[in-house]
Design a protein around this ligand. Structure first.
Ligand code: CP
Ligand code: NVA
Length: 307
């Protein structure tokens, strides 16, 4: 059974397949989820992920069922394993946004239903598919392009780094001391096929001549208690016009959103001509549809036209 817990669960070729499916018109995909449900459980808030996943399920002929994490109560009301195995009887796919990545791994370990990560503390692979789709639309191919990340090496950064490595890009991380990737993590990203992977604590060096500059919030969901310390530690890491000026003259700016103008990004940048954040967010739906269609195919979920 194939799950999607991390971007690196896909091979380089499979990312190409998913993104090709994402570019197809929904009706060309043959309604593989017709008469099937997709359970979507959220332990954290969401705008883009919930809306784009629900619409992707509908576009594949299926029915999304949204549930808040408190309602199912992982390991509170009943075990993660019991919840997963019961939902497997109602749904073709189970998607979840969780506080603890290990919950997704336990769901997948039941081997009862394909599991999709809609964001965990560790990774955000659906986001990375939309990011690559957006950059491919911009550059054609990411091979040999330089993708810079400025800020926290967080869930979004990890999945983006994996995706860019699989695409053969140069990955540049500009993170404050203590907020970067470990040496083991850098080696792991290198081993996925990146042209190069470099890390610096000087954000201007990370973005130098980069083709795409990405950032994210300095305080992720669940880290609110660290806000004061993080605001101090991330001083100087705002992507502003001077930082964008160090990048390639045609560089684009990207952010998974939600964004905080004046904190991790200057309003002039996110609302300026280099920004692709709206397209990036819209691509979440197309990428989700491509991924779900791919999972239907590889897991032999084939109701739709084929029956
Ligand atoms: N980028 C993203 O995942 O946004 P939401 O938290 O609104 O889903
Ligand atoms: N790193 C952020 C991403 C939100 C989409 C968080 O986890 O809150």
């Amino acid at each position: 059974m194939r799950h999607f817990l991390n971007t690196s669960d896909l091979t380089r070729i499979e990312i190409g397949t998913v993104l090709a499916l994402a570019k197809q018109r929904p009706e060309a995909l043959g309604w593989p989820l017709a008469d099937y449900g997709v359970a979507m459980i959220f332990e954290k808030p969401s705008n883009r992920t919930r809306q784009s996943m629900e619409m992707a399920v509908v576009q594949l002929g299926g029915h999304p069922v949204f549930t808040r994490g408190e309602e199912v109560g992982f390991d509170v009301r009943e075990s993660v394993e019991d919840i997963t195995q019961i939902l497997a009887g109602y749904h073709a796919i189970l998607a979840a946004r969780v506080l603890d990545h290990a919950v997704l791994e336990r769901m997948a370990a039941t081997d009862s239903v394909p599991v999709v990560n809609m964001l965990s503390d560790y990774s955000h692979p659906l986001q990375s598919l939309a990011d690559v789709l957006t950059m491919r639309e911009e550059f054609g191919s990411l091979k040999g392009r330089t993708v810079a990340w400025v800020g926290d090496y967080n869930n979004v950064a990890r999945s983006l780094s994996e995706a860019c490595a699989l695409e053969g890009a140069h990955v540049r991380l500009g993170c404050p001391l203590g907020y970067g990737a470990s040496d083991d993590e850098l080696s792991r990203i290198r081993s996925l096929g990146a042209a190069t992977v470099e890390q610096t604590t000087t954000p201007h060096d990370a973005v130098r001549d980069a083709h795409a500059v990405h950032t994210d919030v300095f305080v992720s969901m669940g880290q609110e208690a660290e806000t004061e310390r993080r605001m101090r530690d991330f001083a100087g890491f705002q992507v502003d016009e001077s930082m964008m000026a160090a990048a390639d003259p045609e560089a684009i700016f990207m952010h998974c959103l939600p964004a905080h103008r004046g904190v991790e990004v200057a309003a002039e940048v996110i609302d300026g001509p280099a920004s692709r954040v709206v397209r990036q967010a819209h691509n979440r739906m197309h990428a989700a549809r491509g991924l779900l269609a791919f999972l239907c195919e590889v897991n032999d979920i084939t109701k739709g036209d084929t029956q």
